[in-house]
Design a protein around this ligand. Structure first.
Ligand SMILES: Cc1ncc(C[n+]2csc(CCOP(=O)(O)OP(=O)(O)O)c2C)c(N)n1
Length: 373
């Protein structure tokens, strides 16, 4: 396995010391090493992968030094525009080293939302005309990196490393993070699903939130009618907005994460300007990308009350425990939306948390029957 420290040493020796990216579970130890060891300004956890590429471009333009951008292959789509219209040799020709976690690699069992993306990842890079090399547990790091840097020198444009599962060795972080509350996301979700009316339409975000929603419904023997947007990170609120506009007579509850909300925050003023009265935006704010390793977001430094009210939401409520959550719900349930309910939750989830056992198509079917029933 490749030690994150050795990997970063090789990059540093070749002049790369600026990193930007969005965390990925396959790159968890690299992300955690970077967070531990980087000097201020050397490592930026970006809102989305396209932003990360642009950050590396800015770094190069200002310093002449190549930056590295890490991401899960799900985020490759977010980078296509800056890669083709900013970094490409036919435009500005800006070099960057892409480090891409290969979820859903053919032959490796993975969740449905990763299967196609995994199958087409290397084809996508070929189509984008980006040279790439594969890093795996048995790789001889110096040999792979010699090829990567030789490509970087010859094209002076984007080059990628596609990282297989278990390629990186573990990195134990000694950083202590302060929890803002002891209220768990799963406890908050249980309460919201109990407080909601049976007819409410629920749309939940990528990662552990949807996994918890699925298990809560299964445990209670309730129907699996909530839309679990297992992929398409950052689009949950727009998805819920589309449903709210399509079913104005029904309340739509969007269960969002802070990483997800930040990824495409431009959705907020659109919701605020359309003012769907039936829209309740629940933000489960643990200030981290908990589902992929708990890397920090900036969401504990954002005044969401001012943000959403400035974007045109009608109401904002904030809960930090069960008592305040139930109080907020009593207030918001009779108000006209769009409303945001921010619930400050702690990082962490059950070790034995499962995954949806129904297929996405079955989930879609059940959701549409509930919405139209
Ligand atoms: C476009 C894209 N980039 C990255 C990922 C990997 N990913 C899955 S869940 C997740 C973290 C989500 O964070 P947040 O919304 O705060 O929810 P939490 O995990 O904290 O509950 C990330 C980065 C992804 N699925 N899609």
């Amino acid at each position: 396995m490749v030690k994150p420290a050795e990997f970063c040493e090789v990059l540093k020796a070749r002049g790369i010391s600026f990193f930007a990216g969005v965390p990925d579970s396959l790159l968890k130890s690299l992300c955690s090493y970077l967070s531990d060891r980087s000097q201020p300004g050397e490592h930026v956890i970006a809102a989305n992968e396209g932003n990360a590429v642009a950050l590396a471009a800015g770094h190069y333009l200002a310093t002449g030094r190549v930056g590295a951008v890490y991401m899960q292959n799900s985020g490759l789509g977010n980078t296509v525009n800056p890669l083709t219209s900013l970094m490409d040799p036919q435009v500005y020709r800006i070099p960057v080293l892409l480090i891409i976690g290969w979820r859903g690699e053919p032959g490796v069992k993975d969740e449905p939302q990763h299967v196609k993306q995994g199958r087409i990842t290397t084809d996508q890079l070929e189509l984008l005309e980006i040279p790439f090399h594969i890093l795996e547990a048995n790789s001889v790091l110096h040999e792979v990196m010699a090829k990567v840097f030789s490509d970087l020198e010859s094209v002076n444009a984007p080059v990628a490393i596609v990282v297989r599962k278990d390629a990186f060795a573990n990195h134990e972080s000694h950083r202590k993070t302060r929890q803002r509350t002891t209220f768990k996301r799963e406890a908050a979700l249980k309460m919201v699903l109990s407080l909601a009316d049976a007819k409410d339409i629920v749309v939940s975000t990528t990662g552990k939130t949807s996994r918890e929603v699925f298990e809560i419904r299964a445990e209670r023997g309730e129907g699996q009618q909530d839309f679990l947007s297992v992929g398409s990170m950052g689009h949950t609120s727009s998805l819920a907005l589309g449903a709210a506009l399509g079913k104005p007579e029904r309340r739509v509850i969007c269960l969002d994460g802070d990483g997800s909300l930040l990824m495409h925050m431009g959705a907020l003023p659109i919701i605020g300007s359309l003012k769907p009265k039936n829209f309740v935006h629940v933000l489960l704010n643990n200030a981290s990308h908990e589902s992929v390793g708990g890397q920090p977001t900036v969401a504990d430094r954002i005044d969401f009350k001012n943000v959403v009210l400035a974007c045109g939401y009608s109401h904002y409520y904030r809960a930090t425990d069960a008592a305040s959550l139930s109080k907020c719900w009593q207030q918001l349930k009779d108000q006209k939306g769009p409303a945001m309910l921010e619930i400050v939750v702690s990082k962490g989830s059950r070790k034995d948390l499962g995954r949806p056992t129904t297929t996405p198509e079955q989930n879609k079917q059940a959701f549409m029957e509930h919405v139209n029933g």
